[in-house]
Design a protein. Structure first.
Length: 287
């Protein structure tokens, strides 16, 4: 019965694994719902900022604001790559890392000097392994990012852009379209590209002035772009982990079915053999 005992041990091991993956799936589902709520809450504010900036923008104003400066050629750029601190999320982090590598390669091919800023242990570990220089790294941003986290990531880059030490800033993140669609996306957040307005422009009474309003709103617009990237990446991570754990739970169930059938066949064969031995022994005694 050694084979039967071995199969029972494997069945117990798979059952324990399935309990863990099912629990992780439930936790990820709960976290995903809260992360989705943060994504939905961030979008109206971003839309309102875009509408106001689009309404105020004019070519003559653009010349006065450094964040609207469109350099003739990019010489230096900063890249912010957002990944997670934990794994068990399928190809989520590997897809983000691949998108970050592709962006860095394109910039390198154009002769653009790059600063590289990474959020998340997975991205940091990979790029340290391949020997890519990292300008800064953060592992303290949780799956509940805040506006303060976004400001900490981008404020110094804004200052460098204003001082003309940078010509562009990119962020690589997981764009949250739905629980099943979180494609890795590279987006340029500096210089600010004025949002396109749809329909007729409205006339506003501005106080104190368009210049004063844009002075306050443009940095907020850039910080909000980073904040949205953080919350969408957090939502994408939980969605990917939920899917990965559900698949693992389903696969464990399939393996259990196979193991139980194999165990039952082995046990039935052993019982049949024992009965045959008893019958054979009884016949020998009677003979």
């Amino acid at each position: 019965m050694a084979k039967g005992r071995e199969l029972k041990g494997r069945i117990k091991s798979v059952e324990n694994t399935r309990k863990i993956t099912r629990t992780m799936e439930m936790v990820a589902t709960s976290k995903m719902k809260r992360a989705q709520d943060r994504v939905q809450a961030a979008r109206p504010y971003a839309l309102s900022l875009a509408e106001v900036i689009a309404g105020l923008y004019s070519p003559d104003l653009a010349e006065r604001f450094p964040l609207l400066r469109q350099p003739a050629k990019e010489g230096k750029a900063a890249v912010i790559l957002l990944t997670s601190n934990r794994g068990l999320a399928g190809g989520f982090n590997s897809n983000l890392i691949k998108e970050g590598r592709n962006l860095l390669r394109r910039l390198d091919e154009q002769g653009i000097e790059t600063q590289f800023h990474i959020v998340g242990k997975k991205g940091i570990g990979y790029f340290k392994y391949i020997g890519r220089p990292i300008t800064s790294s953060r592992t303290d941003i949780t799956d509940r990012p805040t506006a303060v986290n976004a400001a900490e990531l981008v404020d110094e880059l804004i200052s460098q852009f204003v001082r003309r030490e940078l010509d562009a800033v990119y962020v690589v993140y997981a764009k949250y379209n739905s629980a099943l669609s979180t494609p890795p996306t590279a987006e340029r957040i500096l210089p600010v590209t004025p949002p396109q307005t749809k329909g007729p422009r409205h006339d506003y009474l501005l106080h104190p002035s368009a210049e004063a309003i844009l002075t306050e709103l443009l940095p907020l617009y850039v910080r909000n772009a980073v904040y949205r990237a953080l919350v969408e990446t957090a939502a994408g991570e939980q969605s990917a982990r939920r899917t990965a754990m559900k698949n693992a739970t389903d696969n464990a169930g399939d393996i259990l079915n196979v193991l139980r059938r194999t165990y039952n066949r082995a046990r039935q064969a052993q019982i049949t053999q024992e009965i045959a031995e008893i019958v054979g022994g009884s016949a020998a005694l009677e003979g």
